[in-house]
Write a protein that binds this ligand. Structure first.
Ligand code: NAD
Length: 339
């Protein structure tokens, strides 16, 4: 059994708590820290001890193995550092940090202490994307291009931290990681364009709500990413991998409803609403893998899995920073430029 503390108990932490329960995982949520009393009240219903701050939780003398950092992005570095300093293995929500040097520092700190540090790029664990990845090469032949479409149903709620370029660090960051994961290759340069027309909170801080990006990978593959902060029809998540021998298409997940055929044509079911539903299994598998990695670390063995490590967190962040610079400066930007 892994005894874990949840640092932050908002939207995503509650998805993780549900994943632990529905996946029947050998993970015990011993404690939760959240500054918001409503969040603490929700956490208390899990039977967890609740605390107003991470400091308070970590000095309470609880016997813990790990922390899941799911607080707001500006607190990831502080909370991850506190947890590592307390000797806990850490799974931190994306982005690990919004600063390249801080990602390096956290990675080194975890390595020095012999602790597992992972970034929650959960889409690596999605069964559909895993199937797609496993068939690239054998069924596509050499890959010529990849197209990733990722559109949210609606923008983040009011109060969600925003700043210029944060759409790339918050949303597109998943797609940068998916791109690298699918083709097992690094991103060397990004060319991006972005506009803002409807997400007023993003516009207020000079951010975008719609972006198109071209990634150049080290082995020459081109990957296109098409992101939008809203759609009128649900959570639009599609990937196409085009190769010499064929194309693999990972389509959207729809509600389990029959298609109606009538005089006006075919009426197919709606798409699932958002990430907690579309990626439900990936959250379970990600936590299961984190538990296994902790067990391996305790036994002195190397974990054998697909989770994102510090280098993956770094590459995704560098791609996001390069993408923003490309939008602002109107040119192709290499990842080396955002060292
Ligand atoms: N992997 C995914 O699919 C996914 C999905 C959504 C969000 N996220 C990430 O998860 C993080 C949280 O996002 P969210 O949507 O759950 O936001 P949220 O605002 O719903 O939750 C954040 C919680 O952290 C708490 N908090 C903030 N500062 C704190 C502090 N200093 N001490 C203690 N508690 C504090 C807030 O009170 C809030 O309850 C973000 O970094 C986001 O990028 C990941």
């Amino acid at each position: 059994m892994t005894d874990i503390a949840l640092l932050g108990f908002g939207r995503i932490a509650q998805v993780h708590a549900k994943a632990i329960a529905s996946g029947n995982l050998p993970i015990n949520v011993r404690a939760v820290a959240d500054a918001n009393p409503d969040a603490r009240a929700a956490a208390a219903q899990l039977g967890a001890k609740t605390f107003e701050s991470v400091d308070e939780l970590l000095s309470a003398g609880l016997e813990l193995d790990a922390a899941l950092v799911a607080s707001s992005t500006p607190f990831h570095v502080e909370h991850t550092t506190l947890a590592l300093d307390a000797g806990l293995h850490v799974l931190c929500e994306k982005p690990l940090s919004e600063d390249v040097q801080e990602v390096r520092h956290l990675t080194e700190l975890a390595a020095e202490k012999g602790l597992v540090l992972r970034t929650a790029f959960n889409r690596r664990f999605d069964p559909l994307f895993r199937d797609l990845k496993s068939r690239i090469g054998t069924e596509t032949g050499p890959v010529r291009s990849v197209h990733i479409i990722s559109r949210d149903p609606f923008p983040p709620p009011p109060g969600y931290p925003r700043s210029a370029g944060s759409m790339l660090r918050d949303m597109t960051i998943h797609d940068f990681d998916t791109a690298r994961y699918l083709v097992d290759d690094d991103i060397v340069a990004v060319t991006a364009r972005g506009t803002g027309t409807f997400d007023t909170d993003a516009l207020a801080v000079g951010d975008t709500d719609t972006v198109f990006l071209i990634l150049e990978m080290a082995r020459g593959t081109l990957i296109g990413i098409d992101n939008c902060r809203a759609t009128s029809y649900g959570f639009d998540q599609r990937i196409e991998v085009h190769g010499e021998a064929g194309t693999l298409h990972a389509g959207n997940e729809a509600l389990p409803q029959a298609t109606r055929i009538g005089a006006a044509g075919f009426t197919t079911p709606r798409l699932v609403d958002f990430f907690p539903t579309r990626y439900a299994q990936s959250y379970i598998d990600q936590l299961s893998s984190f538990g296994n990695a902790i067990a391996a670390a305790k036994a002195g063995a190397a974990p054998d899995d697909i989770a994102a490590d510090g280098r993956d967190a770094l590459q995704a962040l560098q791609a996001a920073l390069a993408g923003w610079r490309s939008i602002v400066e109107g040119r192709r930007v290499t990842l080396e430029e955002v060292e």
